[in-house]
Write a protein that binds this ligand. Structure first.
Ligand code: FA5
Length: 338
């Protein structure tokens, strides 16, 4: 019996050693250690032995059982480690391979100009105001001193949704909306946003473009204050090297009115000018309609063409580049703002 037990142990240990995977190992465990396994059956043989041999045989069976269990445990650990290594090997990341290239976007040049202008004016105590792009005829024209039959409406033909609703032709309606909101209080605002006109597209005109409106209303505001604000802006945007030219002009909502040109160097080396904004002192009618007594309050206002500023600042030859979504163009403006 004892010999047979030793044979079982030898056989079990050899089979365990040779097991190639966890499944095979489990078959061996069942074969030897389950209830009807070879080692367990040996325990059953105890009763066939004489009384005095039973304790020592029982001990031997237990030793065999422990030896087989130990061998199974060690082999299981080895096999598990091998499987883990296989998984790690298959999931190995080669850090020397180049990764996916992600294209990092940047702020659109027009938004860079807007942020730059906002920075300046917020620093000078202006608030940033906004208004809807789909605007009432009333705010876009009438509150700006352009009655229904005013001939100057022809200068800003737009896209009408119905008789009284249009895509705003300028950011000036935000003037009217803010005046009504402020209910006669002094104010200082800038309003950036998109505007739309039935203009034919060419290198300096687009049917959709951006403006930044400025409006200051207070007691004792004069034309010199307007010129000071404009000079500060040009200096902030371009440094000292640009000349500005104020030309007398006409807007129904300002009196007197000017158009402001900024100089640039043409390809042949001569000096040229690009009109960048319209401005003037707020017309008394506009003040009255907005709830301000023109005998007490004065104001100045301006409307800057954002694309024109960007054209001058970055030497762009055609306004349409800003709207073509060509990454070769837009990619050149990474981090060039401010
Ligand atoms: C106006 O829009 C007035 N609302 C500006 C204003 C505000 C005057 C407050 C007085 C007081 P104007 O139509 O000139 O004015 O446009 C202002 C600026 O927008 C122009 O100087 C130009 O820089 C820009 N601009 C006008 N039309 C276009 C266009 N089609 N494409 C690109 N920029 C344009």
């Amino acid at each position: 019996m004892i010999e047979y037990l030793s044979e079982i142990k030898e056989k079990a240990l050899l089979e365990i050693k040779a097991a190639e995977d966890l499944q095979a190992l489990d078959v061996i465990r069942v074969q030897y250690l389950s209830k009807k396994g070879e080692v367990s059956l040996m325990m059953g043989k105890l009763k066939d032995l004489p009384q005095d041999q039973r304790p020592s045989f029982g001990q031997k069976v237990n030793e065999t059982k422990i030896a087989v269990e130990k061998a199974l445990f060690e082999k299981k650990t080895d096999l598990e480690n091998i499987e883990l290594l296989k998984v790690l090997e298959s999931e190995k990341i080669d850090v020397t391979l180049p990764g996916y290239q992600f294209y990092q976007g940047s702020i659109h040049p027009l938004n860079q100009v807007i942020e730059d202008v906002e920075d300046l004016f917020v620093g000078l105590g202006y608030e940033v105001a906004e208004g809807p792009e789909l605007e009432n005829d009333y705010y876009n024209f009438e509150m700006m001193n352009l009655a229904k039959d005013h001939p100057a409406r022809a200068m800003q033909d737009s896209f009408y949704v119905d008789e009284n609703t249009l895509l705003r032709t300028h950011t000036s309606p935000v003037q009217a909306r803010t005046m009504l909101e402020k209910k006669g209080e002094p104010l200082r605002i800038i309003c950036p946003g998109k505007v739309y006109r039935r203009d034919d597209d060419d290198p300096t005109h687009s049917h959709q473009f951006m403006q930044i409106e400025g409006l200051v209303i207070d007691k004792h505001v004069n034309f010199a204050n307007l010129k000071d604000a404009l000079l500060k802006m040009v200096k902030h945007l371009f440094g000292h090297e640009r000349i500005i030219r104020l030309r007398p002009s006409y807007f129904p909502f300002t009196e007197p009115s000017v158009e402001v040109d900024v100089s640039y160097v043409k390809k042949d080396g001569s000096i040229g000018y690009i009109e960048v904004l319209g401005a003037g002192q707020v017309h008394p009618n506009v003040l009255k309609m907005g709830g301000y007594d023109p005998e007490i309050f004065q104001g100045f206002a301006f409307g800057i063409g954002v694309e024109r500023i960007a054209i001058l600042k970055y030497n762009i030859d055609d306004i349409r580049h800003f709207y073509m979504n060509d990454l070769r163009f837009l990619g050149q403006f990474k981090g060039v703002g401010k």
